[in-house]
Ligand binder design. Structure first.
Ligand code: NAI
Ligand code: MG
Length: 340
């Protein structure tokens, strides 16, 4: 494979440490990237006076591909969230979060599911208002949820195509169409129609969101791919991450038609930054998702297998997983497994 151009934002706090560890593993895999390193978050505020410099946006516009570390959101400066700004700028409509049991001995041994969340519509469109009718005492607040046929169709298609590409068997459409008959009803109707195109290849069922929340706790093994609207996906993906324990293991991707950004779910972890003990797994797994996205499925799989072997067989674990390994030691263990 020739070197593929991509934007790299190491990020703030533990970001540079986990990113350095991840680059070592990508090197060991023999996958070549031509990185355009850019700044975001606090690092960008210090260097360029803004958390999201134009140079960073231009770079992603050009490369259409970005591996990103966590960004500290500066407090009190009136900055909007850099992550939300990027999502809007590049219309990153699909938020993809896989959840898998890696460390044995936890509460759930066999979780392996992916939540695909619509990232641009629903209750998060920003139509959230307060009305002051007859003075403050009778103020009323209203939020509007926007669901479109096109938006539902593209996320449902993304979910089924994802399932097909990754050898997944079933997509569960999660909704609240019994109450929200218009918005959630449209999402369900459109998603079911998309499902028909995959009949015989990918199974499909649907579940109401509150039941899904309970089923995730009782019997998470029943889920394979979940596709849902913005708010439900936000809540359920955090719940799912909690089931396997540890932010240090949770990767995420934000995918659009023109760009894709891969990142760990966790933040910049200022409490352990600079100590060399951060778990780089989430960032490494984000890189594996990036390889999948590029069609390098074999390399993505090798990365995941090496990481799991380092944690499970070699028992090299960072402190968040109950071990004593430093970030660099864990990276060496994964590199060694990649080579074996
Ligand atoms: P956090 O995720 O940074 O940390 C929460 C706890 O988890 C801390 O105790 C931390 O040490 C631990 N932790 C997180 N990642 C870890 C890892 N890889 N290895 C070991 N331990 C890990 O959340 P917090 O403290 O609420 O946020 C810190 C900053 O990060 C804030 O400025 C926040 O805005 C930002 N943030 C950025 C995100 C992004 O860029 N996508 C996402 C979430 C938060
Ligand atoms: Mg969230």
């Amino acid at each position: 494979m020739t070197a593929r151009e991509a934007t790299l934002i190491p990020g703030d706090g533990i970001g540079p440490e986990i990113t350095a560890a991840t680059l070592q593993v990508l090197d060991a895999l023999g996958i070549k990237f031509d990185w355009d390193e850019e700044y975001g978050g606090m690092a960008a505020v210090e260097k360029a006076g803004t958390p999201l410099p134009n140079a960073t946006l231009d770079s992603i516009r050009r490369t259409r591909l970005c591996l990103k570390g966590p960004l500290t959101t500066p407090v009190g400066g009136g900055y909007r969230s850099v992550n939300v700004a990027m999502r809007q700028e590049f219309d990153l409509y699909a938020n993809v979060r896989p959840t898998k049991t890696i460390v044995p001995g936890g509460r759930y041994e066999h979780i392996d599911l992916v939540i695909i969340r619509e990232n641009t519509e629903g209750l998060y469109v920003g139509l959230d208002h307060t009305f002051k009718i007859g003075g403050d005492r009778r103020a009323m607040a209203q939020a509007m949820s926007i669901v479109t046929r096109d938006g539902s169709e593209r996320i449902a298609k993304y979910a089924f195509e994802y399932a097909k590409r990754h050898g997944r068997k079933k997509v569960t459409i999660v909704h609240k169409a019994n109450i929200l008959k218009a918005t959630s009803g449209l999402f369900l109707e459109v998603s079911k129609r998309v499902a028909e195109q995959y009949a015989g290849t990918i199974a499909c069922d649907d579940k109401i969101v509150d039941n899904t929340a309970m089923q995730l706790v009782i019997k998470p093994e029943q889920f394979d791919v979940i596709v849902t609207t913005n708010l439900f996906g936000d809540i359920l993906s955090d719940e799912a991450a909690g089931l396997v324990g540890g932010l240090g293991l949770a990767p995420g991707a934000n995918i659009g038609s023109h760009a894709a950004i891969f990142e760990p779910v966790h933040g910049s972890a200022p409490d352990i930054a600079g100590k060399g003990i951060a778990n780089p797994s989430a960032q490494m797994l984000a890189a594996a998702m990036m390889l999948d996205h590029l069609g390098e499925l074999e390399a993505g799989k090798r990365l995941r297998c090496a990481l799991e072997a380092a944690i499970v067989q070699d028992k090299i674990r960072t402190p968040d997983l109950g071990g004593r390994a430093a970030t660099a030691e864990f990276a060496r263990a994964v590199v060694k497994r990649v080579g074996s």
